[in-house]
Design a protein around this ligand. Structure first.
Ligand code: FE
Ligand code: FE
Ligand code: ZN
Length: 280
């Protein structure tokens, strides 16, 4: 059975979030360590975190993915914004000490006119400043759609960041299906070729997680707009083939599709596991 879940909010507490995941038969999930739009974060409740970890262990739901805030731009031009990224990511990595063996995913950022090279340099420099040998998690660069001045919209750019990070065994990649499709990688007709490219440039052993989303906009649109599974330009068949591909099927998978409530995710989990669900 594939390891799949969705993005969840820890607003009712960490253990409650784990129970939410269990209630929709997820066997992994993703969450923010803090309010995704702001910097404010309550101090971490260590007991709650330990209770969540115990539940995840007991129910075979590991690893899970923590997602850095969207507001974090690791390669910002302004010193103030760069400083914010450093503070928040540093604090997040400290928090990840409560979730050993799990994954921390972030967006490599937008160069905002400084140029791709400068962006890559700055993001790698931030990682080099923050990563230490005792961090008990793997830090994942998310593949991006190349919207605006986003970096990480090509496998070459992801590789170039990875190559500059000293503690390279702490690093991995999370492939977002909506993002790579919008970036121009044709998952519908050439999954095999894309995985070959990924393997040649980055190495498939670096791939540690998937974000499974359909895309509202077509191939190469460079627009980051997720659609429910089967309701976008990638389509159900291509996503089903992708989650069952031998090189990918053992990875933790996270749905980040727009849904009204948890039942929408429960349905998509069943769909992608090939369990009987009424019509798409
Ligand atoms: Fe993301
Ligand atoms: Fe994503
Ligand atoms: Zn996205």
């Amino acid at each position: 059975m594939i390891r799949i879940g969705c993005h969840l909010s820890p607003s009712k507490g960490l253990l409650a979030m784990g129970r939410d995941a269990l209630s929709i038969h997820a066997n992994t999930f993703q969450f923010f360590l803090r309010n995704p739009r702001g910097s404010k974060a309550k101090p971490m409740d260590g007991q709650d975190a330990a209770a969540l970890m115990a539940l995840l262990q007991e129910k075979d739901m590991l690893p899970v993915v923590a997602h850095a805030p969207y507001t974090l731009n690791p390669c910002a031009a302004e010193a103030r914004v760069q400083e914010f990224a450093s503070l928040v990511m540093g604090d997040d990595l400290t928090r990840m000490g409560s979730f050993p063996g799990n994954l921390y995913n972030f967006h490599p950022g937008s160069h905002v006119g400084q140029g791709v090279e400068k962006g890559i340099e700055k993001t790698a420099a931030l990682l080099n400043a923050l990563l230490t040998a005792d961090i008990p998690v793997t830090v994942l660069i998310e593949t991006m759609s190349g919207q605006g001045s986003e970096i990480g919209g090509t496998f070459e750019q992801v590789r170039d960041i990875l190559q500059r990070v000293d503690l390279s065994d702490k690093m991995g990649v999370c492939l977002d299906t909506c993002h790579v499709f919008a970036a121009g990688y044709d998952l519908v007709h050439d999954l095999e070729g894309i995985l070959e490219d990924f393997d040649r440039l980055i190495g498939l052993s670096r791939l540690k997680a998937l974000h499974v989303n359909d895309s509202l906009f077509p191939l190469g649109s460079h627009k980051d707009r997720h659609a429910p599974i089967g309701k976008g330009c990638i389509g159900f068949d291509a996503l089903l083939a992708l989650v069952n591909h031998p090189a990918l099927t053992k990875l933790p998978m996270v749905l980040e599709t727009p849904q009204d409530d948890l039942s929408g995710y429960a349905r998509e989990i069943r769909l992608l596991r090939g369990e009987a669900v009424d019509n798409l």
